[in-house]
Design a protein around this ligand. Sequence first.
Ligand code: NDP
Length: 449
Amino acid sequence: MPDNFDYDLFTIGAGSGGVRASRIAGGHGAKVAVAEEHRYGGTCVIRGCVPKKMLVYASEFAEALHHAQNKGLTIGDVSFDWATLRDFVNADVDRLEGLYGQTLGGAGVEAISERATITGPNSVKLASGKEITAKYILVATGGTPVIPPFEGSEHAISSNEIFYLDEFPKRLMVMGGGYIAVEFAGVFNALGGEVTLVNRSDTILRTYEQDIVKRLPPIMEARGMDLQMGAQIESIAKNADGSLKVTLSNGVVKEVDQVLVATGRKPNTEGLGLETVGITLGKGGEIPVDEASKTSCDSIYAVGDVTDRVQLTPVAIREGHAFADSIFGGNPRVVDHSVIPTAVFSQPSIASVGMTEEEARVAVGEVDIYTSDFRPMKNIFSPRMERGFYKMITAKETGQVLGLHMIGPESGEIIQGAAVAIKAGLTKADFDATTALHPTMAEELVLLK
Ligand code: NDP
């Protein structure tokens, strides 16, 4: 193969995975360009994890105001201005986008603000028509929300739009029972919205440990959310005043201001030209890759959500980094996709690392279960009687911790530390040998019975 390409690496998509791979490859001395048709930073920075978490923080503050009185604080009239919060959050997103651009520039990566499509194993074409050759092509185009077909679905929004709403939706309907639905339901409820969550089954967060998850719906209802379980949206009609009339499959009809559909995401592979190099997409439109993130075409790799392995930012980052180290850094390595901690920033939050009880029983047979059901001290100030619940699953034979799951304040913060121990293969005895840090919620981890 002649080595007279325009670039060593051409990355399509400047999200978490694409930027990490490009910057690391640049650092290894490769000549790199990255094409991005929207904004630098991708879903996580622009319309995902980052602005979502900022809204979560704001809404938790609103929730805490309700408990101020028991802390001796008298707070006068409280009002909430959506536009102020929205603009503050989006200004920080702009700042982060700038930093992403700087990071690429610092590593000598050429950023091209155009759509690129693949035209051959070593060539891409930019929207402006320019043809470019590269020794390697990395596809890191991420995913996009899917809105299932129903009458009036054009009146619904996805998580892409929710950060830019002109008006705060006083009445919000959320369709879905996954991460995004549960997180935004919590945010808009705590900020004073009237929230209805519509889920097609009776189970939200289906892949999570259900002993943990089942604690959430009663808390959501106690916080004033209307849960319509086992229901689908049948139709949305727009009223003359711009509000929406939603009819559900269970006969319920509701008037709302916005409908957020959060029923999963699909890989961004349409129109990328993958067929020109013989790459056959998977059932969900994802790019099949091997453990080194290589596609069926030797010069083309793919990382992140577009491969639909694990749709999480830190995973995309690891895949991108491992790709760049392997190809350009003389350090071939693959990403271990086991024992990945995750959190749902619901209110209260849910966090998880390792196997559910069901998965552990399949994997090792006999297991032991340890739990703690407690009222976090922080919640004493609140009139709500919300409890925390932690569940640990160990292998009966060895005592090794296989899974840890929790619901309660700060769960995401707590699980990251525990994930190190679980990844390292520690046992319940190792947890118990650790002195509790009192008084914290995290101390429950070493006191589980
Ligand atoms: P999820 O895959 O988490 O959940 C999709 C939900 O929509 C499920 O409740 C599913 O129901 C339901 N659903 C799917 N298809 C339909 C349909 N046709 N009609 C009605 N309901 C349907 O998707 P999200 O959109 O919430 O999030 C996408 C991904 O983004 C997540 O998987 C996650 O990896 C990532 N993410 C991570 C976050 C985090 O780490 N905190 C935050 C946000 C997103 P059922 O269970 O019956 O299939």
